[in-house]
Design a protein around this ligand. Sequence first.
Ligand code: NAD
Length: 285
Amino acid sequence: MNIKIVTVIGSGTMGNGIAHVFAQNGFSVNLVDVSKEFLDRGVKNIRANLDRQTKKGTLTEEARGATLARIELSTDLAVCAKKSDIIVEAVNENTVLKREIFQTIDANAPPHAILASNTSSISITEIAATTKRPANVIGMHFFNPVPVMKLVELIRGIATSDETFAIVRDAAIALEKTPVEVRDSPGFISNRILMPMINEAIFCLAEGIASRDDIDTVMKLGMAHPMGPLALADFIGLDVCLSIMNVLHDGLGDDKYRPAPLLKKMVAAGYLGKKAGKGFYEYQS
Ligand SMILES: NC(=O)c1ccc[n+]([C@@H]2O[C@H](COP(=O)([O-])OP(=O)(O)OC[C@H]3O[C@@H](n4cnc5c(N)ncnc54)[C@H](O)[C@@H]3O)[C@@H](O)[C@H]2O)c1
């Protein structure tokens, strides 16, 4: 199957980036959200990111225009699903919401269509089980910011077919991304490794082993990480970090994944990181 028409559900941080890269690489894209206001905000981000590319000289004015012309906006998911070869879901990380969406797209998409989720932590096998086509369901986990980050984790649920995997792998390559193959497991690979590191940095801070700045400096200068783990936790959102640690702890049943009490306390206080103006660091809005 040749993918031509793509529907992206959710025009937030990840969805507008996913729509951007599909459209830039020649696919026709329907971008769906619950209101015009959210869609307008998504397109505003896409325009700003395309502008950055044209200023840097990595995209021509003509290609910028063609990219925008390939994106259609809609609030009608059922109509968009009916004409899609692949649907990439990027709504909020909420199992109940994702189940509802997968039931709607399963009921409306043509039989050949592939249903993909950009979830960071929810089981692909569980999402697939809510549909009548689990062989066509796969995780397509992009990284933020999508137009810049080269990695896509492709997560195979228990029933994902080889054909589905191959089609989505080829699509990721057509987007100039590097796909990796991962079996469905809590946190996949990226968050299975990243989140315990962030959690351990929070334990070190709480135990007074080193200051915030020194912990981040160790990982930046000693390990060549572009950002220290505490700054990165702020960037991701401490609530998101906590929810992923809970998924690892529940799913793997090992106490080495227990969330740091300081992380829980900060989330309870509303110190969610950059988006809240305060996390391990302070931010001006
Ligand atoms: N933010 C990240 O760094 C990141 C990285 C990788 C994966 N993810 C995953 O990507 C997904 C989206 O995350 P995000 O950060 O873009 O969230 P976000 O909150 O920025 O965007 C979610 C969007 O989904 C829309 N939405 C909600 N219900 C909808 C519905 N019924 N129909 C259509 N649209 C609907 C919302 O209006 C919103 O615009 C999540 O599963 C998240 O775990 C996020």
